[in-house]
Structures are given as structure tokens and as C-alpha cells.
Design a protein around this ligand. Structure first.
Ligand SMILES: Nc1ncnc2c1ncn2[C@@H]1O[C@H](COP(=O)(O)OP(=O)(O)OP(=O)(O)O)[C@@H](O)[C@H]1O
Length: 389
């Protein structure tokens, strides 16, 4: 607010200076137009110069005037530009200073780590996972979540999540459900404790699929993955907020976000897989999340749109390659269903759903729940239908 006030004041002063300058220049303009005539005319009458010289000097003065006026007439735009630069500069300073303050003792921050594990291949023929071979996907240890003003929302929370688990988080409004999900997604660091997300490797690591052993073994390859919050997408973690982010671009790009953000328009149908949407119909034991999933074909995208009951968008908006302001032309419920489409396409290991079906009617909500979900879903105030086995 202070910043706005200060910048507003500067802008106002610049505007006043620009008006003064314009007024001054208008006076100067009239003066400079009559000046050559006033100086050269007596010389003409005394026979020192010819008549044409009067015209030549008026035109030369006008030329000079035009050049100087450019600065005057652009002064307002230049001053507005300068105010914007000032504003951005101050904003940058504020960010720098808050980052400086943010360098708290590492014990006062939530530690988020990613650990590499091997692909799971221990499913029964019916697709179920033997308990002894269940792989741990998330480990939250002594997590305390706070607000920036250090009010404690969650205290000393510990839990583990294994493959095929789903966790529903409920609680009163303002109790910190969203903050917990943000912390797991690496978007919230106020508090302390440790969160470990176990991500899958390409299958070349021969680590036993016992939860206890995994946590021990992967510690040795921590350096391979490192502690990082910047690799959330590539590590197979997706966070669906209540109001999904709609990217600028085509309907196709909406669906391909966030995994395939580049080159989305050049999607090749030639790359079509033999089975349509295998990830919707098959167990995903053969997949490793840090291998980027194959880019979906147009048919896959259309199928996913139908699965989330958005098939009608294709005729309404003239196909997958139409561009609109999607956050304006789609209802919140449609945006949420589109976000579910992204989830189905990107096949994350860990999906964090924060009221992501809050704007859906019961039928659609149940429909999202029936779709093949990622191996672990953590939902906040989640009203989804029955989770698949
Ligand atoms: N960026 C923030 N800065 C300061 N306080 C915040 C911030 N975000 C949330 N809070 C506060 O933290 C508390 C928990 O918020 P959170 O959104 O996690 O609650 P919630 O349980 O998800 O609530 P609801 O059910 O109403 O969505 C609230 O009191 C909120 O005001």
C-alpha cells in the first residue's frame, strides 16, 4: 500500500512536470516560429539576404523544434515507463529483503526431499499389491506447519503412505488442510519436520520392494536426486488446487500442461500408441514416473475429454486447437474437470487434490472418482466418489 502510494505520488509529480514542460514548450514553439522571421526580416529589408533565406531559416528552426518536441510529447509516456521501472525495482527489493529474512535456520523450515526408488513389479495377477512388497511413496515425520506469522496450524504430524493408498484429509475451515498439501507439494516451507517423497527410477536399481528396506536403501542414493522443490513435476507429483491454473493457448495445451508445455501444437498423431489410453485401463506397474510419459495423441486427448465429461467443448470451441481465454469461458466446474484430464494424462505417482471437485455436481464428482487414479491420492476435503482398488 505504501509502495502504491509512493509510486502514485511520483507519477503525479511527473505528470505535473510534464504538463509544465508542455506548457513551456508551447510558448517556446510560438517564440521560435516568429524568431527567425524577426531576425532575418530586417536583414532582408536592408538587402543583406534574399527573401528565400527567410523561408529557409523558418524551416530550419521548425525542424529543430520538431526534434526537441519529440522528447516533450513523449515525456508523459517516458515518465509512466520510469514509474513502472521504479515500481518493479522496489518490488524486487522487497522480494530480496524477504528472501533475506527467509534464510532462517534450516531446522525452522520444512525439509522436503526426493528419494529415488526402483520400479515396482511385484503385483499379483489380479493387480493387487502384496503387503510385504508395498513401496513407500511418502513419509511425513514430525511435521509442524505454521503460517508466516508463526501461528501453528499442524503440530508434530507423522504418517506414511504406500503404493495404492489414498488419504482423505478433513477438518474445520482454517485448520490447515490446504497448508499441509502445499507443504507436501513443496509450496509451503513455514514450520519444521521432514517430508520425503519417494520417486521411481528407470528400473535399473535393484532395490527390494519392502517398505522398510526401501527407506534404508534409497538414503544412499539421495545425492542422485537431491533435495529439490524445483523438480516436482518431473518427480511425478501433481497438486490440483481448487481453482486450476488455465494456461494461455489452445485447448490441447490446456490438457498437456504441465508435462508437455513445449511443442504442444506439433503433436504428431503418427506417434499414436497401439492401445488407446492404456493408462486408463491398465495397472501401471511397468511405468516409472521420472521417465516422461509419452506425449498423448489427439485421439488420447479427445478420449480424456470424454472421460471427464468435457467432450462437448470440442464442438463448442471448434476443436483442440482453438484458443480462448479459458479461465473466462469455462465454468469453475469445467476448469476442474479439465485439470482432472491433465492428471489422467500426466500419470503422477502422487496427486494432491485440494477441494479439486468442489464445483462439480454429484454425478460429475462421482465420475471423476471412478476414473483410474494415480497410485496415491491425497485429498483435502475431498468429496470424490469411490476410489478404484
Ligand atoms: N499465505 C498465507 N499467509 C498467512 N496465513 C495464511 C496463508 N495461507 C493461509 N493462511 C492461514 O492459515 C490458516 C490455514 O489455512 P488453510 O488454507 O490451510 O486452511 P484450510 O483448512 O484449507 O481451510 P478451508 O477449509 O477454509 O479451505 C488460515 O487461518 C489461513 O488464514
Amino acid at each position: 500500500m505504501f509502495l502504491n502510494f509512493a509510486v502514485g505520488k511520483v507519477e503525479k509529480q511527473l505528470l505535473i512536470s510534464s504538463r509544465n514542460l508542455e506548457f513551456f514548450t508551447n510558448g517556446y514553439r510560438y517564440l521560435i516560429q516568429i524568431l527567425p522571421a524577426a531576425v532575418v526580416a530586417p536583414m532582408y529589408f536592408s538587402g543583406k539576404v534574399e527573401f528565400g533565406v527567410i523561408n529557409q531559416s523558418v524551416s530550419a528552426f521548425n525542424h529543430i523544434l520538431g526534434d526537441f518536441s519529440l522528447i516533450v510529447y513523449q515525456f508523459q509516456a517516458i515518465s509512466a515507463f520510469s514509474a513502472v521501472i521504479d515500481r518493479l525495482g522496489e518490488f524486487d527489493d522487497v522480494l530480496d529483503s524477504s528472501n533475506g529474512k527467509g534464510h532462517r535456520d534450516s531446522k525452522e523450515e520444512i525439509q522436503l526431499s526426493f528419494f529415488l526408488i526402483s520400479c515396482s513389479n511385484g503385483l499379483h495377477s489380479n493387480g493387487s499389491m502384496p503387503l510385504s512388497k508395498r513401496v513407500k511413496l511418502l513419509h511425513v515425520e514430525h511435521l509442524t506447519v505454521q503460517t508466516p506469522s508463526e501461528a501453528t496450524l499442524i503440530k508434530d504430524l507423522s504418517f506414511e503412505i504406500f503404493e495404492k493408498d489414498h488419504l482423505l484429509v478433513t477438518g474445520p475451515s482454517g485448520s490447515g488442510k490446504t497448508s499441509l498439501l502445499r507443504a507436501v507439494a513443496g509450496l509451503w516451507s513455514f514450520g519444521n519436520g521432514a517430508i520425503t517423497v519417494y520417486v521411481r527410477a528407470g528400473g535399473d536399481l535393484d532395490i527390494p520392494h519392502s517398505a522398510d528396506v526401501v527407506s534404508h536403501e534409497v538414503a544412499s542414493i539421495n545425492e542422485t536426486v537431491g533435495n529439490s522443490t524445483g523438480r516436482r513435476n518431473s518427480e511425478g507429483v501433481i497438486f490440483l488446487p481448487q481453482k486450476p491454473y488455465m494456461v494461455l493457448g489452445t485447448l490441447r495445451q490446456q490438457l498437456l500442461y504441465p508435462i508437455w508445455t513445449e511443442d504442444s501444437d506439433n503433436l504428431s498423431d503418427g506417434a499414436k500408441q497401439s492401445d488407446s489410453l492404456p493408462f486408463l485401463t491398465r495397472a501401471r506397474d511397468a511405468r516409472c514416473v521420472n521417465e516422461k510419459p509419452k506425449k498423448p495423441t489427439s485421439d488420447d486427448l479427445i478420449q480424456v475429454l470424454n472421460d471427464v465429461s468435457l467432450g462437448h467443448l470440442l464442438s463448442r470451441f471448434d476443436g483442440l486447437d482453438s484458443t480462448h481465454e479459458w479461465s473466462s469461458v469455462l465454468s469453475l466446474g469445467e476448469q476442474q474437470r479439465l485439470a482432472f484430464g491433465r492428471l489422467l494424462l500426466s500419470k503422477p505417482t502422487l496427486a494432491l487434490l485440494d477441494e479439486s471437485t468442489s464445483a462439480l455436481d454429484e454425478a460429475n464428482e462421482a465420475n471423476q472418482g471412478k476414473l483410474e487414479m494415480p497410485e496415491k491420492t491425497m485429498g483435502s476435503k475431498n468429496l470424490m466418489g469411490p476410489m478404484p482398488e
